[in-house]
Design a binder for this molecule. Structure first.
Ligand SMILES: Nc1ncnc2c1ncn2[C@@H]1O[C@H](COP(=O)(O)OP(=O)(O)OP(=O)(O)O)[C@@H](O)[C@H]1O
Ligand SMILES: [Mg+2]
Length: 245
């Protein structure tokens, strides 16, 4: 297996506001290969979003390590400064959350372009702008929204907004994609279409993907299925049977 993400013995606690601590992640280890999709399921408050946050540098765990393979080889992202972590997020990680967090004044195409130019100088060379536009168009095409490229979020359906969100997350060609309940604001049919789309583009782009979902009907499309219960990660019941590798 060509490893993309290796989470080793991660523990994360939060202050609960009453001088006690909640254990959000309890000695969690997980390995993901390039282009693999792992589904994460489990009850509300069990630690699923915390796992994604730790895997994507948003939260530093109390203990354990998270290794991410980037263009520069293996990086322990738990040891990075805030600035370096931000650079890793910008360059290597794509995010898709439940709410699409699109900028209301920008068209679908502009949402993708702006993301690509984040962190760069204010004056972007023309050649670079053209490359960015080409990639944005290619991704909008991949998610079936080329005809909606000039529409703003208010002119798109929930499912279409989530497609823009997914295309935007892929702009930096991420080695790691973290996806948190992308279908919970959608009906069953549109939700299934988004999951199929994620599975397709993730395989094309070879992005290791952690996907939080409650919908068991999608599990068969994943490479592995894990369950988080009170911060403890286990193979989901029946999940091992679904493993293709
Ligand atoms: N910033 C925080 N401060 C304090 N406690 C937190 C914080 N974030 C999460 N928690 C706690 O950590 C635990 C795990 O939360 P997490 O958000 O990871 O759960 P989840 O499985 O994603 O739940 P849901 O399905 O409802 O999204 C919960 O007990 C939650 O209250
Ligand atoms: Mg959550």
């Amino acid at each position: 297996m060509n490893i993309a993400l290796d989470i080793q013995h991660v523990t994360l606690t939060f202050a609960d506001g009453q001088a006690r601590r909640v254990t959000a992640l309890d000695d969690v280890s997980l390995r993901l290969g390039r282009g693999e999709i792992a589904a994460i399921t489990g009850p509300s408050g069990s630690g699923k979003s915390s796992l994604l946050a730790v895997a994507s540098t948003l939260i530093r765990p109390d203990n354990g390590h998270v290794y991410l393979w980037t263009g520069e080889g293996r990086t322990d992202i738990t040891g990075l400064s805030g600035r370096d972590a931000a650079a890793v997020r910008r360059g290597e990680i794509g995010f898709v959350f439940q709410q699409s967090n699109l900028v209301s004044s920008l068209t679908a195409l502009e949402q993708l372009e702006v993301t690509a130019h984040l962190g760069q100088s204010l004056v972007v060379p023309r050649r670079r702008r053209r490359q960015t536009r080409d990639r944005a168009m290619e991704l909008l095409d991949a998610v079936g929204l080329i005809d909606q490229r000039d529409q703003k979020p208010g002119q798109l359906s929930g499912g279409q907004r989530q497609r823009v969100n997914l295309a935007r997350a892929l702009m930096n060609d991420p080695g790691l994609l973290v996806v948190d309940e992308p279908t919970s604001a959608l009906d069953q049919e549109r939700g299934a279409a988004i999951i199929d789309l994620i599975v397709g583009v993730v395989r094309d782009h070879q992005a290791a993907t952690l996907l939080v979902t409650h919908d068991r009907t999608h599990f068969a499309k994943m490479d592995s299925v894990y369950q988080v219960t009170d911060g403890v990660l286990t193979d989901a019941p029946g999940g091992a049977l679904l493993k293709r590798r």
